[in-house]
Write a protein that binds this ligand. Structure first.
Ligand code: S3P
Length: 430
């Protein structure tokens, strides 16, 4: 599917409740499934990725009831899942396949995991490697590096793993395997990655020992069901924040956005670039902090984005690349080679697409350099099946002087099903 977005000359105005956090929604379904008792999830993200997780857990024998405003899971306990009769299809979802691998590696049955063409290219060795060190039987193409993955579950033992990448998917897969293993499991990362697994495991009454960049868990622990309120996804909010900052005469408020400090790099970047942004924290938030965030049209300046900031905004870089085209001076993004193994190679796709619209942008080995302020023309761009590239291209239409046609725009449903409705709502309020 493609969409044509006409040039836009007015401001963006209004209040938006972005959909639920993708990372938290995945975990709520998986943890609820392996907990004892009933878990009710409110604010669940009905995006394609999270629906893939629900469908996999159902195939593993979990009763999941989906209503208009909640998901109710009858947890099976850590060892109550059943062998799936078919290949578990994770669709486009890296979080589903990597976290589920950790759970399945300790089960008393075999399973096969596969996904779409993008998943088939994404590195799985970062998860299968440490799981094998724990004694897991996992194989896949290229010696277990690529899907389909076949997992013959069994008894694992804990490990002390020092991860070469700051990846919450890797950390979570190992911790989930460690929960059902013998002995202690410790994961250390070069920089702290998002900590939703740790926070939610605590809510499910699991004991963890958390330090700055390492987490330790004792094996043979049970999860006790709990109710989960999923906050709005800051990664989805990021597109609306950038929209507000770069479009003239705009003021947008985003309500109930998750502002877990391991995810708020986008707020830091907007502040450093000089954006007019106000964060109103909710003092009553439970296991994940939330806030209402207001952004207004801003005069922006280029900055350097690097180091431990990168894991805190890795999914926001497509939006930040568009933002940087509208900032005075140079924006340098480095230490972000992980972008190459996302749903697409996001360094190449973003650089190519933005260049085709007239931006001054160059790819580097571990990021990109953007020279602002650029005038963007219209034209035809492609999401290449990457939801965040698709939304970044929609942002370009706000400042381009000709229509922007986005090919494969349906990819946006992976994380933000109502994106174009919200986009239109902000336009019609002005
Ligand atoms: C996620 C972790 C990040 C992120 C992805 C979701 C998660 O990936 O990019 O969109 O839910 O744990 P990595 O773990 O590969 O950094």
């Amino acid at each position: 599917m493609s969409i044509v977005i006409e040039p836009y000359a007015n401001g963006l105005k209004g209040i938006i409740n972005v959909p639920g956090d993708k990372s938290i929604s995945h975990r709520a379904v998986m943890f609820g499934s392996i907990a004892k008792g009933k878990t009710e999830i409110k604010g669940f993200l009905n995006g394609e990725d999270c629906l893939s997780t629900i469908s996999c857990m159902k195939q593993l024998g979990v009763d999941i009831i989906e209503t208009d405003d909640s998901i109710v899971i009858s947890g099976k306990g850590m060892n109550g899942l059943k062998e799936p009769s078919k290949v578990l299809d994770v669709g486009n979802s890296g979080t589903t396949i990597r976290l589920l691998s950790g759970i399945l590696a300790t089960q008393s049955f075999s399973s096969v995991l596969a996904g779409d063409d993008s998943i088939a290219t994404r590195p799985m060795g970062r998860v299968t490697g440490p799981l094998k060190m724990m004694n897991a039987f996992i194989d896949g193409r290229n010696y277990g590096q690529l899907t389909p993955l076949t997992i013959r579950g069994g008894q694992l033992h804990g490990i002390n793993y020092v991860s070469p990448v700051a990846s919450a998917q890797v950390k979570s897969a190992i911790l989930l395997a460690g929960l059902n293993a013998i002995g202690k499991t410790k994961v250390t990362e070069p920089y702290k990655s998002r900590d939703h697994t740790e926070r939610m495991l605590k809510a499910f009454q699991v004991e963890l020992n958390i330090n700055e960049s390492s987490v330790e868990i004792e094996g043979a622990q049970a999860l006790t069901a709990t109710n989960i309120h999923v906050p709005g996804d800051i990664s989805s909010a990021a597109f609306m924040l950038v929209a507000g900052a770069i479009t003239k005469e705009s003021e947008i408020t985003l309500e109930n956005v998750g502002v877990n400090p391991t995810r708020t790099g986008i707020i830091d970047v907007l502040q450093k670039m000089g954006a007019s942004i106000f964060v109103d924290h909710d003092d009553n938030a439970t296991f994940e902090p939330t806030a209402n965030i207001t952004i207004k049209t801003s005069n922006l300046k280029g900055i350097t984005i690097e180091g431990d900031l990168i894991p805190r905004l890795i999914d926001e870089i497509p939006a930040i690349a568009v933002l940087a085209t509208q900032a005075e001076g140079k924006t340098i993004i480095k230490d972000a080679a992980e972008l190459k193994v996302k749903e697409t190679n996001r360094i190449d796709t973003m650089v190519d697409q933005l260049k085709s619209l007239g931006a001054t942008i160059e790819a580097t080995d571990d990021g990109m350099i953007i020279e602002g302020k650029s005038h963007l023309s219209g034209g035809t761009v492609d999401s290449f099946g990457d939801h965040r590239v698709g939304m970044a291209m929609a942002l370009c239409s706000l400042i381009a002087d000709e229509p922007v046609t986005i090919l494969n725009s349906e990819a946006i449903n992976v994380s933000y099903p109502g994106f174009f409705q919200d986009f239109t709502k902000l336009k019609t309020n002005s």
